[in-house]
Design a binder for this molecule. Structure first.
Ligand SMILES: Nc1nc2c(ncn2[C@@H]2O[C@H](COP(=O)(O)OP(=O)(O)OP(=O)(O)O)[C@@H](O)[C@H]2O)c(=O)[nH]1
Ligand SMILES: [Mg+2]
Length: 349
């Protein structure tokens, strides 16, 4: 899974990236200098995995992972024909979701205007999508007049998208369009799930800045610079600092967790002496497909899934006890895997 960190120049994208990943990527000093994107893979925190690991004491514990990309640069402006926009778009298209960083701290001569910045960014993304839609519509209509038959469903969806975008409505609010396999290839920016991240200055109180996110966009407020500085400390020092500041839960953990949920992902677990591991799959995945997340052979040779719910396993105290209590079920290929299932796949190839 790839999540793009986007936002106006100087909104604190790299700061947030550093806070999430604990890295020390160079800050730009708000001149919007074009640099290579920053990439990092981070582990999705999950208490259940930690407890399973304590139960099995395996050689290795493996978390689910998400890749964060700080794309740098600024706003995709598809109406201007410049190379940096093309480059930015090329980076953004493959993202599964976005974190839109909005500045809630003053810069010299530039007071914080989070609502305006957010609106402007949304409008620019909508315009970028609108241009993509209109180019495609033009081509389809030409083909139709030449006697070729375009896909009428695609045409209809594109017209709906055009209308929504003309009203500055993001495509993420229209699931029929956002989830359509016909339109997947366009990778519309406003169709991607998005989190609004209000990046608040150290000296402002959290929760007092009025801001209204667009429909369907969850809001998270973080003191980005402070979180970055703590994330860069040694763990013991960070702990002391957090206690002093009464910021026990790193806000970034919340962000990582919600971006996972936003993507509609759930986790199942595999357990054993060698490895305890979390696997991420989309909701409503049938058992054989879930097995495919581990290895295509297990999907191909799928026989049954031996399943125990995480809570049942913990309540029983051990796998053996859960079995004795009748909590370990055998499920077939129709079974839809649930969040927290602990699974042992039986297969033959
Ligand atoms: N007060 C305050 N300053 C911040 C915060 N986050 C970032 N800054 C400052 O804002 C400036 C820009 O931060 P960056 O993280 O480089 O912003 P960016 O969005 O990556 O900038 P570009 O890559 O140029 O678009 C730096 O001088 C940061 O120190 C914050 O939470 N509070
Ligand atoms: Mg940056």
């Amino acid at each position: 899974m790839k999540i793009g960190i986007i936002g106006m120049p100087g909104s604190g994208k790299t700061t947030i990236f550093n806070a999430i990943t604990g890295s020390s990527a160079e800050l730009s000093g708000f001149q919007g200098a074009k640099k290579d994107p920053n990439l990092a893979v981070i582990r999705v925190p999950d208490e259940r995995l930690d407890r399973l690991s304590a139960m099995y004491n395996p050689k290795k514990t493996t978390h689910a992972q998400v890749q964060y990309v700080d794309v740098g640069g600024g706003i995709p402006k598809a109406d201007t024909k410049d190379a940096s926009t093309d480059e930015l778009l090329k980076m953004l298209r493959p993202m599964d979701a976005m974190v839109l960083v909005v500045r809630n701290f003053d810069l010299p001569g530039l007071p914080a205007t989070p609502q305006e910045d957010m609106n402007a960014f949304e409008a620019d993304m909508a315009l970028t999508d609108l241009i993509t839609v209109e180019k495609r519509l033009e081509r389809l209509e030409k083909e139709v007049t030449k006697g070729k038959k375009g896909d009428p469903k695609e045409l209809e969806l594109l017209r709906q998208a055009q209308q929504a975008l003309n009203n500055n409505q993001a495509l993420r609010t229209l699931p029929e369009i956002a989830d359509s396999s016909l339109l997947k290839g366009y990778a519309f920016l406003t169709a991607k799930p998005c989190i609004l991240l209000l990046n608040t200055s150290d000296d402002k109180e959290l929760g007092i800045t009025p801001i209204k996110p667009p429909p369907g966009v969850p809001l998270i407020e973080i003191k980005g610079r402070l979180e970055m500085e703590i994330a860069q400390l040694a763990p013991e020092d960070a702990q002391i600092f957090r206690e002093e500041l009464n910021m026990l839960e790193p806000a970034t953990q919340r962000l990582i967790r919600s971006s996972y949920e936003l993507l509609g992902l759930i986790s199942f677990f595999t357990v054993g002496e060698d490895e305890v591991r979390a696997w991420d799959i989309p909701q409503n995945t049938p058992a054989p497909k879930a097995a495919g997340a581990i290895h295509s052979d297990i999907e191909r040779g799928f026989i049954r899934a031996e399943v125990v719910a995480y809570d049942d396993l913990m309540a029983a105290g051990s796998y053996h006890a859960a079995q004795k209590a009748g909590k370990v079920r055998l499920e077939g290929k129709e079974y839809i895997v649930k969040d927290g299932d602990v699974i042992n796949f039986r297969f033959s190839v």
